[in-house]
Write a protein that binds this ligand. Structure first.
Ligand code: GLA
Length: 390
């Protein structure tokens, strides 16, 4: 049992005077395939070691109590009259999941829940999906219901899209639910089919947090999504057989150039080329070609920076510093963008010195102390539960 898991159980006991059942869901980092998920595209994330824990116990009334051990705050709701009224508060996420499960026609009796976690917030490591999936695992167990992976991911995404009001895709909830230790997860976000891919044992995944905050629920993420959707709508209208951007080629896009804004054109070009890079990255992993995988990561970064305009000076600097280091195969911005983290693939024997040098140089140039983590693909919520752990 981890320290945090124990803390969550203890906090629950102290707050509600009861032992509860504990469930865990990790954060995630995306190796390649950015901003492709909401147009039916391809992504390749992995679950990471940070987690949210949800402890649940039944109540004798029909209320839902959510206690955040991290914030030391509680929110409670009448389950029968739970309305879609997000308040810009952490409790929107678990309340949204409760709302989404109720939408499925699943009956939920009164409960108390404690949430605790160590996924860095606003860093692009899916703290939100981690809270959503941990909440759903606990609530489904409380209701005595088991659901398959795509269903859990979809209902958590609905909580985020329709209750919280963030227009995210399915990637985060899917890998946080279904990730598997030692494997990256290639997800087809249209069919929700997936493939587990091995990462070569001689490399480590290093995550560097620029400490520049990013938020999915507000601003630029939504703007980008609008630009993408405007471009997709033109393609759908002008070219036969195109339903989603996933179906489009660069030739299709060129043919529609005059009918869309310069911004939409560039955003769509990023997505079309990114889907291609994910397939190439898959092939590189299958033949153990880390060098090629790394090159694709760098190309993906340049595309996020230039075509998708979703990077920032600090993150670009982290990538530039990383790529000068011995043993670094590839580096790129990861997650929604506009700050947050980079993901780096580094030779295992160089990972520690890599962290040290990147941190030092970044601090010298920006005055910001980056947080860096050497990570490995971890189990998602279902695998953790299947192994009997939280
Ligand atoms: C955020 C969203 C995801 C995905 C990424 C960008 O993490 O939650 O659905 O769109 O940004 O790849």
């Amino acid at each position: 049992m981890t320290v945090f898991e124990e803390k969550a159980l203890q906090a629950h006991q102290e707050r509600f005077g009861l032992d509860g059942r504990v469930f865990a869901a990790p954060g995630r980092v995306n190796l390649i395939g950015e901003h492709t998920d909401y147009t039916g595209g391809l992504v390749m994330p992995m679950a990471i070691g940070f987690c949210t824990w949800a402890v649940v116990s039944p109540r004798n009334d029909d209320r839902a109590f959510f206690y955040s051990a991290n914030y030391g705050e509680e929110a409670d709701f009448e389950i029968a009259s739970l309305a879609r009224e997000p308040g810009g508060h952490w409790s929107d996420y678990p309340a949204g999941v409760l709302w989404s499960i109720l939408q499925e026609g699943i009956a939920i009796g009164g409960f108390s829940m404690t949430l605790a976690g160590d996924v860095p917030l606003g860093a692009g490591l899916s703290s939100s999906a981690s809270v959503e999936v941990a909440t759903s695992m606990a609530l489904l167990a409380h209701a005595g219901v088991t659901l398959p992976l795509p269903k859990i991911a979809t209902l958590c995404r609905r909580a985020e899209n329709e209750y919280v009001g963030a227009k995210s895709g399915i990637m985060d909830q899917f890998v946080v639910t279904g990730g598997v230790a030692h494997r990256a997860m290639l997800i087809d976000c249209r069919s929700l089919e997936y493939e587990l891919l091995p990462l070569p044992s001689q490399v480590r995944v290093v995550i560097c947090n620029s400490m520049v905050k990013h938020q999915v629920a507000t601003g630029e993420y939504g703007d980008r999504r609008d630009e993408v959707e405007a471009g997709q709508a033109v393609l759908r209208k002008e070219r036969r057989g195109i339903e989603l951007l996933r179906d489009a080629t660069l030739m299709d896009l060129e043919a529609c150039k005059g009918a869309m804004t310069v911004a939409s054109f560039a955003r769509c070009r990023h997505i079309i080329t990114e889907n291609g890079r994910v397939m190439e990255a898959r092939a590189a992993l299958l033949r153990g070609d880390v060098a090629r995988f790394g090159e694709l990561m760098v190309q993906a970064h340049e595309s996020m920076r230039d075509d998708f305009a979703a990077s920032c000076e600090e993150v670009d600097m982290l990538v530039e510093i990383a790529m000068r280091q011995d043993g670094c195969f590839g580096a790129r911005i990861t997650g929604g963008g506009f700050g947050g983290c980079t993901v780096n693939v580094v030779s295992a024997d160089k990972a520690e010195s890599f962290v040290e040098i990147v941190r030092r140089e970044y601090e010298e140039r920006t005055g910001i102390a980056a947080q860096c983590f050497v990570s490995e693909p971890s189990d998602g919520a279902l695998a953790i539960a299947a192994k009997g752990g939280a």
